[in-house]
Design a protein around this ligand. Sequence first.
Ligand code: MUC
Ligand code: MN
Length: 375
Amino acid sequence: MSSQLSIVSVETLLVDVPTIRAHKLSVATMNHQTLVLVRITASDGIVSWGEGTTIGGLAYGEESPQSIKVNVDTYVAPLLVGEDPRAVARLMAQVNQRIQGNRFAKCAVETALYDGQAKRLGVPLSELFGGRVRESIPVAWTLASGDTRRDIAEAERMLELRRHNVFKLKIGLRSVKDDVAHVAAIKRALGDMASVRIDANQAWSVTEALEGLRMLADAGIDMAEQPIAAHDKLGLRRLTQANILPVMADEALHGPRDAFEVASTQAADIFAVKINQSGGLRGAAQVAGIAQAAGIALYGGTMLEGAVGTLASAQVFSTFHDLAWGTELFGPLLLTEEILVEPLPYRDFSLQLPTRPGLGIEIDEAKLARLCRDR
Ligand SMILES: O=C(O)C[C@H]1C=CC(=O)O1
Ligand SMILES: [Mn+2]
């Protein structure tokens, strides 16, 4: 590349933000989220952002907020500082060659590099992934207070506000029977106004799942996400082939290789595509490509990231030709603090995509400095 340009710094920030209510998953109860942000500054003055956020410390994935930070600081940043920030693919190929695993750390860094390069080119990040096929994307809400009546009231409020009409219910902490009763009560209350789905986050055995799926189908539930252990791809195939409810793979997918294995054995009907679980934006696009080639439907997943990871996801998901099951990019709405100058536009059951260059968001740096750990 012609003119001289280099990466001046790669910084990581841990930002603790309380959630609006307790968010109960089978693997963790979240009362706050720790955002892991990466800020890259280049010699042309362009400042860019990425995010590598996970859920519940080490309860959900094998990277913690602290490990993501220390591994970016110690191992990834030295590979980037002084290099040309325009060479995103080459830099990420080097990072992948030198560093095993660490998908979340890689996602954060790759996002920041793409944000910077898209800003430099003056285009939305989605242009670097082939361009958008939609300007807004549907966003589901997760009901996970643990209380049936409270969940119904929350869903009714979301419908009234026209913010969400698709609800994912987190289950797996109670018996299958009790969980199904909870889900069925919510579906009865909402009727045809909403699509109701469940996510058991690996809590069930295959036997429990077969029984659970039958009861959920009878209750009018539309889909079941990762009912059984992530590693049990044969079990997932059994559930899918049983043809009771559409089955979505989430934790089973750690990037393109898993996607290929699940797709080639027809072990899921739907893929939850997540940028962090896929090791970055390029990995997520590859997961989606494998799904589409195999006739598997797409859903845009979240690790409950804040605005940076949410917009990075939205930019990539906006390029998927078919996004039959919508997305769940509601992460920033679960948090009590806004880190953007202007909040993200959620309306008409969708997130409207920004048209500004890069991720298309402006970080409130003063606010971030106040929220940042060890400031
Ligand atoms: O899908 C997951 O397993 C993780 C996440 C997404 C929404 C939510 O509430 O938790
Ligand atoms: Mn899930």
